[in-house]
Design a protein around this ligand. Structure first.
Ligand SMILES: [Zn+2]
Length: 352
C-alpha cells in the first residue's frame, strides 16, 4: 500500500468505526431531522419530541425515524393516541427492532405513544390533565390545552412530513372489540381511492366506510388530518380491553408488512387478503346516564333491529335505560366493564 491508499483506508475505517455511513452526495438531502432527532440514510434513530405544556405539564412524544438507505415514500405509523390500547404500541416496538433501514426504500416514522401522559397514568380515552380525547382535537392548537398542543406537534412534525399514514388503535381498556378498519373518506376522490387501496392492502377486515369532516382547520381525527392534506390514510383496530395479546400484535405486523410491500418500500410479494367486507352504515350508541352498564351480548354477534343490547342501572342497581339495536347488524364493539358515563359510547353496531 502506498501512503495515499493507507490514508484512504484509515479515513474509511474511522468513518465506519464512528458509525458514520458513507453517504453519497445525493443522499445528503435525505437526512431526516425531526426536532432534535436526526437520521442519516440507512439509520434508525429514536428520541422524544417535546411539547410545551403552557399551564399544563410539558409532554414528550417518543418517536423513531427509520430512514431507508434508498429513496422512497414516507409512511407514518401512529400509536398510543389512546394510550390504554396496547397491541399497536407493541407492534411499533417490533417494527423498530425488525425493519432493517438498509433494506428500506423511503422512511418510516413511528409515533410510539402519542399520549404518553395518559399511558403513564393508565387512562382510557383521555389525557389526564385536560380530559380531552386526543383523537377529537386535531389538527390541534399550539396555544391550546395539552391535548391540543400534542395534536399540533404531531400534525406539524409527523403528518406534514409523511406521504401516507396509518393510525393504529384497538378496543380501549373498557371495549370488547372485533378487529376492523376504517376507510376514512375526506372528500377528495383521488385521495379517497388511494386510501381505499391502502386499507385493503392492510388486510384487517371488515372495513367501515366513514365520512370524515371536510375542514382542514377542524380535521378532528389523526387520519383525517393527513387526508385533508392530500395524503392517503386510514385507522385500524386490533385488540381489546387493555390486553396485550400476541394475536392482535401479529395482525398489525402482518398489515404493516404488506403495506410496506404495496408501497414498494420493502421487497416481497403483496399478499391478497381476499375481497373485503364493507360496512356501509354504523352507529355508536351512547349512554344517557351515569351508572353501571350490563351488556346482554358479546362482540361480533349479530343483532336484530330492536333487540336489547344491554342496560344501564344507577349505582344502587335500579334500571335507568335499556339500549336496543338501532338496526340489524353486527356488534363491532361493546363496553365490557361496569362504568357507564353519560355521553360516552356503550356499543357500536355495523350493517353490511
Ligand atoms: Zn383508540
Amino acid at each position: 500500500m502506498d501512503r495515499k491508499t493507507v490514508l484512504i483506508c484509515l479515513v474509511a475505517f474511522l468513518l465506519i468505526a464512528g458509525g458514520v455511513s458513507l453517504a453519497q452526495p445525493e443522499q445528503e438531502g435525505r437526512v431526516v431531522t425531526i426536532g432534535e432527532i436526526k437520521a442519516l440514510p440507512g439509520q434508525t434513530v429514536s428520541g422524544f419530541l417535546e411539547v410545551e405544556g403552557g399551564t399544563y405539564p410539558d409532554a414528550q412524544i417518543p418517536i423513531s425515524i427509520i430512514n431507508g438507505s434508498q429513496p422512497g415514500p414516507v409512511l407514518a405509523l401512529n400509536a398510543g393516541v389512546h394510550a390504554y390500547e396496547y397491541p399497536p404500541i407493541e407492534a411499533l416496538i417490533r417494527v423498530r427492532a425488525q425493519l432493517d433501514p438498509q433494506k428500506l426504500k423511503g422512511t418510516v416514522l413511528l409515533v410510539h405513544i402519542a399520549n404518553l401522559q395518559a399511558f403513564q397514568k393508565r387512562i382510557i380515552y383521555y389525557n389526564p390533565y385536560d380530559w380531552l380525547n386526543l383523537n377529537r382535537v386535531f389538527p390541534g392548537d399550539p396555544e391550546g390545552s395539552i391535548s391540543q398542543r400534542i395534536a399540533h406537534t404531531i400534525t406539524q412534525e409527523i403528518i406534514t412530513r409523511c406521504d401516507y399514514l396509518i393510525d393504529l388503535h384497538c378496543g380501549d381498556g373498557n371495549e370488547a372489540l372485533i378487529p376492523y378498519s376504517y376507510w376514512s373518506k375526506g372528500g377528495n376522490p383521488e385521495v379517497d381511492a388511494a386510501s381505499k387501496k391502502l386499507v385493503e392492502a392492510f388486510g384487517i377486515y371488515p372495513i367501515i366506510e366513514s365520512q370524515r369532516p371536510q375542514d382542514a382547520k377542524a380535521t378532528v381525527y389523526v387520519d383525517n388530518t393527513a387526508i385533508q392534506m392530500g395524503k392517503p390514510a386510514f385507522t385500524t383496530e386490533s385488540g381489546q380491553l387493555g390486553i396485550l395479546d400476541e394475536e392482535s400484535v401479529q395482525r398489525l405486523l402482518r398489515g404493516i408488512d404488506n403495506v410496506l410491500k404495496y408501497l414498494h418500500m420493502i421487497e416481497g410479494e403483496v399478499k391478497d387478503f381476499g375481497r373485503p367486507a364493507y360496512i356501509k352504515k354504523y352507529e355508536v350508541i351512547r349512554s344517557n346516564h351515569d351508572g353501571i352498564f350490563y351488556p346482554l351480548i358479546k362482540r361480533g354477534y349479530y343483532v336484530h333491529k330492536g333487540q336489547p343490547i344491554g342496560y344501564v342501572t344507577d349505582y344502587f342497581g335500579n334500571k335507568l335505560e335499556t339500549i336496543f339495536a338501532p338496526f340489524t347488524g353486527q356488534i363491532l364493539y361493546i363496553i365490557a366493564t361496569p362504568p357507564a358515563n353519560k355521553g360516552e359510547p356503550v356499543v357500536e353496531v355495523g350493517e353490511y
